[in-house]
Design a protein around this ligand. Structure first.
Ligand code: PBG
Ligand code: ZN
Length: 321
């Protein structure tokens, strides 16, 4: 008789036939850096995640390195915001200062800089606002300046998360022109207008002051359009493409990763983190098992890189397996 249960009789047998394993090499850790001094603020909706000022950042970097996490994604929160997000492309800005600091202390860390204007604009939109519309081409010009500024500070990866059209090609030319030929572009290619970003906007002080992001981020109903976005970014020269959020969009990750021979990143976003944390705090789910199950699902669906706030905990749990 055919018995599929034969291969499940013991943990050693199960591990022998296991198809997917998550490693800490796969995990990228998002970090929030805020302008100011002596700041370590826990984000209320994201227990265990903090905003750090640059002078307090070492504590988090040391924790990250000692857990064996080797890549991070940095978000900067400036003290001064204006209509055009000028701190985003100020070489002396908080993000650039943090990047220089990190690279000096840990030159081998792979440092990705999120490139978008929403943390830097007074209105909280991801680009230049014209009436109530975000102007694509004016925004792209600023994203190019921001990317060059981040690369100059020492970022290894530029990660545009704005969803403007044509930004990958424009950023690639801007980087190349300034000699940053080996700076990687990890494009947020299929980024959906999602309710799951709620806690992030508290962490990054970046909630839009009017309207929403639906005229630039994607409609969650659209899978084929997601493939078009991904294809476009590949054509424009992205080195890594991303699907975001993760759990509600694993169908898209799976299809895209089977379609294109590219490294795929997936972003396990703030709301996904907060849901697990809240349920675990109530004792309703087992946090460790839930997180490892979710990360395994992302890997199984085709992710090579998983950007996750759980990275440090997961690295510890993976050691214990
Ligand atoms: C900036 C950006 C956002 C996230 C990553 N980069 C927020 C947004 O688009 O509103 C979300 C990350 C998360 O929720 O963890 N555009
Ligand atoms: Zn944005």
């Amino acid at each position: 008789m055919k018995r599929l249960r034969r291969l499940r009789t013991s943990e050693n047998m199960r591990s022998l036939v296991r198809e997917t394993t998550v490693s800490k090499n796969d995990l990228m850790y998002p970090v929030f850096v805020i302008e100011g001094e002596n700041i370590k603020n826990e984000v209320p909706s994201m227990p265990g995640i903090y905003q750090y000022s640059v002078d307090r950042l070492d504590e988090e970097l040391d924790r990250m390195v000692s857990r064996g996490i080797k890549s991070m994604l940095i978000f900067g929160i400036p003290a001064h915001k204006d209509e055009k997000g000028s701190e985003a492309y100020n070489d002396r800005g908080v993000t650039q200062t943090a990047i220089r600091h990190i690279k000096e202390k840990y030159p081998d860390i792979i440092l990705a800089a999120d490139v978008c204007l929403c943390e830097y604009t007074s209105h909280g939109h991801c680009g230049v606002v014209c009436g109530s519309y975000v102007d694509n081409d004016e925004t792209v010009k600023l994203l190019c300046k921001m990317s060059v500024s981040m690369a100059k500070a020492g970022a290894d990866i530029i990660a545009p998360s704005d969803m403007m059209d044509g930004r990958v090609a424009a950023i690639r030319s801007a980087l190349d022109e300034k000699g940053f030929i080996n700076t990687v572009i990890m494009a947020y290619s299929a980024k959906f207008a999602s309710a799951y970003y709620g806690p992030f906007r508290e962490a990054a002080n970046s909630a839009p002051q009017f309207g929403d992001r639906k005229s630039y981020q994607m409609d969650s109903a659209n899978g084929k359009e997601a493939l078009r976005e991904i294809e476009e970014d590949i054509t424009e020269g992205a080195d890594i493409v991303m699907v975001k959020p993760a759990l509600a969009y694993l169908d898209i990750l799976k299809e895209a990763s089977l379609t294109y021979n590219m490294p795929f990143a997936v972003y396990n976003v703030s709301g996904e983190y907060s849901m697990v944390k809240a349920a675990a705090q109530k004792g309703w789910i087992d946090e460790k098992r839930t997180v490892l199950e979710n990360l395994t699902a992302m890997k199984r669906a085709g992710a090579h890189i998983i950007i996750t706030y759980h990275a440090l905990d997961a690295a510890k749990w993976l050691e214990e397996l």
